[in-house]
Design a protein around this ligand. Structure first.
Ligand SMILES: [Zn+2]
Length: 293
């Protein structure tokens, strides 16, 4: 999955450049001190050229592509920064845009590069000896006993660091196969554990749901609709149990309050006193980052 960020500087419909719209608030990263590498791609596509501009904190290299469109576009892709500009826009004007938007560019490049590094790391995860987070602990994958069924050598819902998950795969199994089998196991565990916790908190709260199911939504951890259907993101199974409990209770509390009002949070606190710590931890996690695990 590649990070694809785009910033439109000029309105697509207007022939004359207009004041650029404000970019989304950049994610706070230490771009003031660290130099973000902007490296010329090994090969450049036809009709593109490499260019470098000295911005306030560092030099920024980018691929420039001339286009028929009426706006200048800034895109961050796996190769770095791509600028598309109409032929009538001069190089110095393009350089000015890069300098003016350098903060946004460097923030986005930094996020993109961190994500690529994470993906490279994920590649070594899906093999014998690789580890994955499960209920807040790191468990180790073991391959090589293709005949035996998948087996977790530890307490199913109270794992400790270093517990082993034995997979029915040869030691040479392809990373993609390893990942699929581990994901299937994690989903199976999530189904069982979330169901136990839902029943537990439903009985405490005296509330009822219609049904619930696992989701793999990229943007949310859980949801609840007014019909009483709850969805829980299976990737929550990576987190410690307190965090899962918080999400379960959050959705159950929506059965009473379909909003995030004071009354809603009072309801969450009634069912799960001390939920704030879990909420704060989860607020720093983006579900979209978890597919890499
Ligand atoms: Zn909510």
């Amino acid at each position: 999955m590649s990070l694809f960020e785009q910033l439109e500087l000029f309105s697509e419909v207007s022939a004359a450049p207009v004041i650029p719209s404000k970019p989304r608030a950049p994610i706070k990263l230490a771009t003031d001190v660290a130099v973000i590498p902007t490296v010329r791609p090994l090969s450049l596509a036809a009709g593109t050229r490499w260019r470098e501009v000295r911005a306030s904190t560092q030099t920024i290299g980018f691929v420039l592509q001339r286009s028929r469109r009426k706006s200048i576009g800034l895109t961050i892709n796996d190769d770095g920064l791509l600028i598309t500009a109409p032929s009538w826009v001069g190089l110095s004007q393009i350089d000015d845009v890069v300098i003016e938007k350098s903060r946004w560019i460097l923030d986005k490049l930094s996020v993109s590069q961190a994500r690529q590094a994470q993906m490279a790391m994920a590649h070594t995860r899906w093999q014998d000896g690789g580890d994955i987070p499960y209920l807040g602990n790191r468990i180790i994958l073991r391959l090589g006993q293709a005949q035996a069924p998948t087996q977790f050598l530890g307490s199913a819902f109270a794992p400790v660091d270093g517990d082993t998950l034995r997979l029915a795969l040869p030691i040479t199994a392809e990373h993609g196969r390893v990942r699929d089998i581990v994901h299937a196991w994690l989903q199976h565990q999530a189904q069982a554990w979330f169901d136990l916790r839902l029943q537990h908190f439903l009985s405490i709260s005296q509330l009822q749901i219609k049904r619930w199911r696992l989701s793999s939504a990229a943007t949310r951890w859980g949801s609840c609709n007014s019909d009483g259907n709850i969805m829980l993101n299976w990737r929550l199974i990576h987190f410690e149990r307190d965090i899962i409990d918080y999400v379960v209770v959050h959705e159950i509390a929506h059965l009473r309050e379909m909003n995030h009002s004071k009354n809603f949070w009072r309801e969450v606190g009634r069912i799960l006193p001390g939920f704030e710590r879990a909420r704060n931890i989860l607020r720093q996690q983006d579900p979209a980052c978890l597919p890499l695990l």
